[in-house]
Design a protein around this ligand. Structure first.
Ligand SMILES: Cc1cc2nc3c(=O)[nH]c(=O)nc-3n(C[C@H](O)[C@H](O)[C@H](O)COP(=O)(O)OP(=O)(O)OC[C@H]3O[C@@H](n4cnc5c(N)ncnc54)[C@H](O)[C@@H]3O)c2cc1C
Length: 565
């Protein structure tokens, strides 16, 4: 049986592994782009030294010895951690606010203990104890939340325990006939896919945070992976689940459709730990496709690219994903390409140069306007070939060109590396963050340009420089997700969060003006709460408050997330 020490965790001040960092010295276009867009000369800056936990004072745990003994009796002493590093790493998610606070040692309130149960019974015993002794419990998957969902309230006076599900990580069984797998909720993405793929199956859920997020966390935040066009968002993938509460267990049946009144299943999805702990999910699984190809395309501008993506969504083609970067994001992607070293990559770089020169001669603006797109196909060889031909025709009909599989392969291999970039930027006194929303095809272009206007207007007002870029992904019949990334240098630690919050607010408010959602797949937590009433109306907020208050009268389960009492 594994113990707490075997469960992987982030470095306490950043993303993922200690020895993996972002490098720009091998990317010749990166530093010039940063200089041009935000005025920073990366070569002239000395990065901040890596933070050391020993430089900060970590407040002592306020968990009473009686409560600690009761928790130890449930899970064993090796699975109750009160050491500083465990408590700090579990007190922050991976939002810019959380990463910044961790880096500067803002430990005003950190969790008092981290507990690792191994079974539903242990989870329930812990929840009972939490209610009886009036403690606070925060369920924890990978801690990759970027909306403040795992962060304790700085004013909380009660003892806070984090319940880490990492020891519950097994695929329990697979129903080959139904294409359903019953899986424990604490499993990390790579471990889950490894267990499934050993038996020829995949769940097909690959969020950018895949390496450091879990099935339970995905369900509790209504996550969406990059392959959602084919495999669905998590609410489509999770067909049944088990929610453990202090005084009972709720199981929702993994049936294809349900008419059992208002959906309890849907209420639990996205509940961010407010209703109890999801210990198990029954998920849709698919046979691993024999052929998989990611093809890259180029469009002269954003509008033609969107027309192409929309036409694909409305066609008979069903790609695994469709993704369109706008002009600024295309520029950024090209700046992330490594200096060619091998003969093959040097030849590819020459071909690219020639292609861009040709496109310029045809009137394309290859520097600011041109948009790159990736579309992924899976299935039998014939199926993939048929779909590729259909997409090629659509792309051509809106003025785009097909580049082929080369750039697609690079995109596919590098997609999980970008989270390390944010830590690098923070080390250079630059914050980089994202805001995403769901919108309809009819409002998509208007939303895209208005968010840019709002961002740059706010920057001007504050006398700052920054850079924004965007991509469209997660296509549906009626619309898609717009995903904005922005980076802004800052000078003062004291003002950083205030400036960042003002910009984030300008972007989120624009989502509301154009009838978008607070987020397409980054949850509500605390950071998206200011707009929740505009999104779901005051009546919707009241309904959620009543639900959480009735299910958790003591306010013991991750209080303050999604809505505040
Ligand atoms: C770099 C980066 C990229 C990201 N990319 C994506 C993306 O592509 N798609 C996407 O959807 N999200 C993305 N996210 C956001 C984040 O990864 C998701 O919200 C993810 O679903 C959180 O999973 P987790 O296991 O890390 O949960 P945590 O962060 O540990 O927890 C999130 C919330 O769920 C609750 N929770 C966790 N486990 C359980 C459980 N078993 N029972 C009840 N409640 C539970 C927690 O209490 C908390 O409220 C990204 C985040 C980062 C930092």
């Amino acid at each position: 049986m594994i113990s707490a020490a075997d469960v992987k965790r982030h470095k306490w001040w950043g993303w993922g592994l200690d020895d993996v960092t972002f490098r720009f010295d091998n990317k010749p276009l990166f530093a010039p782009l940063v200089k041009e867009k935000v005025g920073l000369d990366l070569d002239a800056i000395t990065p901040r030294p890596e933070p050391q936990l020993s430089d900060y004072e970590v407040p002592a745990s306020v968990l009473s010895s009686e409560d600690a003994a009761a928790l130890t009796a449930i899970v064993g002493s090796e699975n109750v951690r009160t050491d500083d590093e465990y408590r700090v790493v579990h007190s922050f998610g991976r939002s810019v606010t959380d990463l910044f606070r961790a880096r500067i040692g803002d430990f005003r309130r950190i969790v008092d203990a981290v507990v690792y149960p191994a079974s539903d019974e242990e989870v329930q015993s812990i929840l009972r104890l939490v209610v009886e002794r009036d403690l606070v419990v925060i369920p924890f998957g990978g801690g990759s939340s970027i909306s403040g969902s795992v962060t304790p309230d700085v004013d909380e006076k009660r003892a806070i325990i984090t319940l880490n599900l990492g020891r519950m990580r097994r695929v329990l069984d697979i129903d080959d006939t139904a294409g359903l797998a019953r899986v424990q909720a604490g499993v990390y993405g790579p471990d889950l896919e490894e267990q499934l793929q050993e038996r020829g199956w995949t769940m097909g859920h690959f969020p950018d945070s895949f390496a450091y997020s879990t099935l339970g966390g995905w369900a509790a935040t209504r996550s969406s992976g990059m392959q959602s066009d084919k495999y669905g968002d998590i609410e489509g993938i999770v067909r049944g689940l088990r929610l453990v509460q202090a005084d009972g267990v709720i199981d929702t049946k993994p049936i294809p459709g349900r008419d059992s009144g208002s959906s309890v299943h849907e209420m639990v999805l996205g509940s961010e730990g407010r209703l109890g702990v999801i210990t198990e999910c029954t998920v849709r699984v698919h046979r691993v496709a024999p052929v998989r190809e990611v093809i890259a395309y180029m469009f002269p501008d954003w509008e033609s690219g969107v027309r192409g993506m929309h036409a694909i969504a409305r066609s008979e083609v069903h790609p695994v994903f469709t993704r369109l970067s706008d002009g600024p994001e295309t520029r950024f992607s090209l700046a992330m390409v490594k200096e060619p070293e091998s003969r093959k990559s040097k030849a590819m770089a020459k071909v690219q140069e020639g292609l861009f020169a040709y496109l310029r001669s045809k009137g394309w603006d290859t520097r600011e306007e041109m948009c790159i797109s990736y579309v992924c196909f899976e299935g039998t060889k014939q199926h993939v070939e048929r779909e590729k031909s259909a997409v090629k025709r659509i792309v051509k009909s809106v003025g785009g060109i097909t580049l082929g599989a080369g750039p697609g392969k690079i995109y596919d291999q590098k997609k999980f590396d970008t989270p390390y970039l944010r830590d690098f930027l923070l080390g250079m006194n630059v914050y980089g963050d994202v805001s995403d929303t769901g919108t309809t095809w009819s409002r998509l272009n208007e939303m895209h340009s208005s968010v840019y206007d709002a961002f740059y207007r706010k920057l001007d007002e504050m006398g700052l420089r920054g850079f924004m870029f965007c991509h469209m992904s997660h296509s549906y019949h009626q619309g898609a997700c717009l995903y904005f990334t922005f980076a802004v240098p800052y000078e003062s630690d004291e003002r950083m969060l205030e400036e960042y919050t003002a910009l984030k607010h300008a972007i989120q408010q624009e989502f509301m003006h154009h009838l978008g959602t607070v987020s397409h797949h980054h949850a509500v937590g605390t950071e998206h709460q200011p707009w929740i009433a505009e999104d779901i109306t005051e009546g919707g907020v009241r309904m959620l408050k009543d639900l959480y208050a009735a299910q958790d009268p003591g306010g013991n389960f991750n209080p303050g997330k999604i809505v505040t009492p």
